[in-house]
Each structure stands twice: as structure tokens, then as C-alpha cells.
Design a protein around this ligand. Structure first.
Ligand SMILES: Nc1ncnc2c1ncn2[C@@H]1O[C@H](COP(=O)(O)OP(=O)(O)OP(=O)(O)O)[C@@H](O)[C@H]1O
Ligand SMILES: [Mg+2]
Length: 375
């Protein structure tokens, strides 16, 4: 073997990437354009906290990949750096019960985990509120992807505890931001009436970005992530066009990264439109990957069973699921509802000849794409 790079490959120190990290999913961008009005509304709601009062509660809604999480991260970062306000963002896809949410809040405040031996919810709760009162701190909790709390039937209890904290422990000041990307979920309507009566949030809506905004945002990302001249205007337009189909900016960011890798694969220092189109076969599934990543083992098992029985009746699918996992019908129905709400499957009622109506279960995606991403 020669010392030099093999023919048809870029040498190890050559790359289209200046900083590949900027295309990763949890990267918080330096510039956050086209969200001025949303940021202003959130700032307005949070302002009382800076003065030591309970902030206004806020409900943030908008389709996936429209900057909701980023907006919260930006504002929380500023509050932590410039004020004494305590902020905790909870990812409800991961922490989807009231207890898990409060454990996360505890961890955010005390900077260590609550005892793993398990303490009662009541104890966990009073440690948090005692601390807030003693230190005279205002706490803002963002329940990000709060829709997952609804799928697990934990939303009302969680919100109720957060919203009534100041009554249970006078002087505890907690404000809540809930963030939902499930536009079919009527958040307020789905809450218990005892919660509805204390929860009248300000509403902030994050619409899909239009194609020009997408180009603008992705150009900024490319300038940071790629060396100069790697991605040209026609290629960027193509990325934006494909991104605008779903409106999820994550598709565009993933496209840029994969297109960059494709260019490197053919030993090119510039991205072509073909690199972009080829990348789209994978990038179009970023939303699916994200939905699947948050599922438990039994939920994944059911997705797999449905993929193998795509389009069949709910009863048939249940038999297969039960054989596989030993779980009963109640749990089965709960998971079906969750997968339906997540948009992973479509559960449609259909007339079965002579036997009345039954649900047929279909994957919302190509079964092979789903199976690929489960394993
Ligand atoms: N205005 C913007 N400028 C730069 N980057 C942005 C902007 N809006 C969103 N992004 C980027 O797009 C990606 C998705 O944004 P974000 O995670 O904030 O969306 P989201 O609305 O929370 O989506 P979901 O509802 O699916 O959680 C992130 O990588 C983020 O950095
Ligand atoms: Mg988000």
C-alpha cells in the first residue's frame, strides 16, 4: 500500500466539513432568525419571573421542526446567564410520567439526582417547593413535547401539581411552558376540568417556515458547517425545496449532512444536486426515526408486528402481538392509540363484509423503512 490516499478518495485531512457538529440534532444555533414575534411573546410571559413574581403560563404549539425547542433553549440560556430565575426543560418523550417530570425538575434545581431508592412523590414535590421558598427563587418549567404526557395519561396530574404548587406551599413560584407539536391534540380540551380552571395559558404559535426562510436558515448553517464553496445556490435551493415538503427543518439539516457525506464518498469537494437527491431517501425519514427512538420495548414490538401485518385487521394484529409479548388487550389498545396519535400508524375503521366495523391498521410509512429503523 502506498502512503498517499487511495485513488478516488479524499485524504484523511481533506473534508467538505468545517464543523460537522453543526448538523447534529441537539446543536443550538448561534443565530435564530424568523422567530422574533414568538420570542417576544415568550419574553413577555417570562418577564414577571425576572422581577421575582410568578410568570404567565404559556402554551407553545406548531408542527415539528419549527424552532419551538430552540426558542425555549435560547431563552432559558439567557435567563440562566443574566438572572436568578431557575429554568428546567423536561423532554417528555423521555420523562413521560408526573414522577419522572418532577425527578427531572429536582435534578435541574439541586444538580444531583433524587435518591434512587425511591422517595414518594409528595416528598419529591415538597423538597422542590421548600427549596424555592427558602431561596426565594422563581422556577420556570418547560414541558417539551408535552403531547407524550397526554399519550400516557399523565398530563393533568403533572400540570395540576405544577400549577397548584403555590397553594400547597405558599411562596413557591412556578411558571409553566408547555410545548406540543401534535396539532391534532386539543391540549386544553383534553385536560381534566380541575386543571382547565387554573390553566389559561398565553398562546404562541410557530408556523412552518416558508421556502425563502428555509433557504436563509440553511445557508447560515452551511456557512458554519461546510468549507467555502462546498454547497452552491442551486443545491441549497434543492435542499430547501425538499425540506419545504414537510416543513420540518430537521429534514434540511440532515440533508445537508448526508449530502456532504455523499460528496466525500465520491471524492468531491463540492455537493451536487444528485448528492442531495440521494440523501433525501434517508433524510425524509428523520421524523419517523425520532418517533421510533422514544418508544418502549413493547411499543416497538407492536410496530414490528404491524409492519409484518400491514393493512390487516386489529384483531389479527392483536393475536400476533399477544403471542410475541404476552401482553393483554388493554395495553394493546393503549399502544395502538399512541402510535396513531404519533402518526406512525393509521387506524381506520372499515366495514368487514357481514361482520360489522373493525379497525384496520396500516403503517404511515414504507414497512421496510420502519423495520430498518427499529433495529
Ligand atoms: N430559526 C432558526 N434558525 C436556525 N436554526 C433553526 C431555526 N429554527 C429551527 N432551527 C433548527 O431546526 C432544528 C429543529 O428545531 P427545533 O428542535 O427547535 O424544532 P421543534 O419545533 O422543537 O420541533 P419538534 O416539535 O419536532 O420538537 C434544530 O436543529 C434547530 O437548530
Ligand atoms: Mg422540539
Amino acid at each position: 500500500m502506498s502512503d498517499g490516499p487511495e485513488e478516488g478518495m479524499l485524504s484523511w485531512d481533506e473534508s467538505v466539513f468545517r464543523d460537522e457538529h453543526v448538523f447534529e440534532i441537539d446543536y443550538v444555533p448561534e443565530t435564530f432568525a424568523h422567530r422574533e414575534t414568538q420570542l417576544q411573546s415568550l419574553q413577555y410571559a417570562l418577564r414577571p419571573a425576572v422581577r421575582g413574581s410568578r410568570p404567565l403560563n404559556t402554551m407553545v404549539r406548531g408542527p415539528p421542526g419549527t424552532g419551538k425547542t430552540t426558542a425555549v433553549q435560547k431563552l432559558f440560556g439567557e435567563l440562566s446567564a443574566e438572572t436568578d430565575v431557575q429554568t428546567v426543560r423536561v423532554n417528555c418523550q423521555v420523562d413521560s410520567t408526573r414522577y419522572a417530570v418532577f425527578s427531572r425538575v429536582f435534578q435541574g434545581l439541586f444538580e444531583y439526582e433524587p435518591p434512587s431508592s425511591g422517595i414518594s412523590f409528595k416528598k419529591l414535590f415538597s423538597q422542590i417547593t421548600d427549596r424555592l421558598v427558602e431561596e426565594d427563587e422563581v422556577l420556570v418549567v418547560a414541558l417539551d413535547d408535552v403531547n407524550y404526557l397526554f399519550y400516557e395519561n399523565e398530563a393533568s396530574d403533572t400540570l395540576y401539581s405544577l400549577l397548584r404548587a403555590h397553594e400547597a406551599h405558599s411562596g413557591a413560584k412556578i411558571g409553566v411552558i408547555i410545548v406540543s407539536s401534535d396539532l391534532n391534540l386539543d391540549v386544553i380540551e383534553e385536560l381534566d376540568s380541575r386543571v382547565q380552571s387554573v390553566f389559561r395559558p398565553e398562546e404562541v404559535y410557530f408556523p412552518k417556515y416558508d421556502t425563502d426562510e428555509i433557504v436563509d436558515i440553511l445557508r447560515g448553517r452551511s456557512e458554519r458547517g461546510f468549507h467555502e464553496g462546498v454547497v452552491g445556490a442551486p443545491e441549497l435551493d434543492r435542499v430547501a425545496e425538499l425540506t419545504a415538503e414537510s416543513g420540518d427543518l430537521r429534514v434540511g439539516i440532515d440533508l445537508l449532512r448526508r449530502a456532504g457525506l455523499n460528496a466525500e464518498m465520491r471524492a468531491s469537494k463540492t455537493i451536487s444536486v444528485e448528492d442531495v437527491d440521494e440523501a433525501y431517501d434517508k433524510s425524509k425519514y428523520v421524523h419517523l426515526s425520532r418517533s421510533l427512538r422514544g418508544l418502549s420495548d413493547s411499543e416497538r414490538a407492536l410496530v414490528e408486528v404491524i409492519a409484518e401485518h400491514d393493512g390487516e385487521q386489529a384483531g389479527v394484529v392483536y393475536e400476533a402481538f399477544h403471542d410475541e409479548t404476552g401482553l393483554g388487550y388493554t395495553r394493546y389498545s393503549e399502544i395502538i392509540n399512541k402510535l396513531d396519535q404519533l402518526g406512525v400508524i393509521e387506524a381506520a375503521y372499515a366495514d368487514v363484509d357481514g361482520r360489522g366495523r373493525s379497525r384496520s391498521l396500516t403503517l404511515a410509512y414504507d414497512p421496510d423503512a420502519v423495520l430498518d429503523r427499529l433495529n
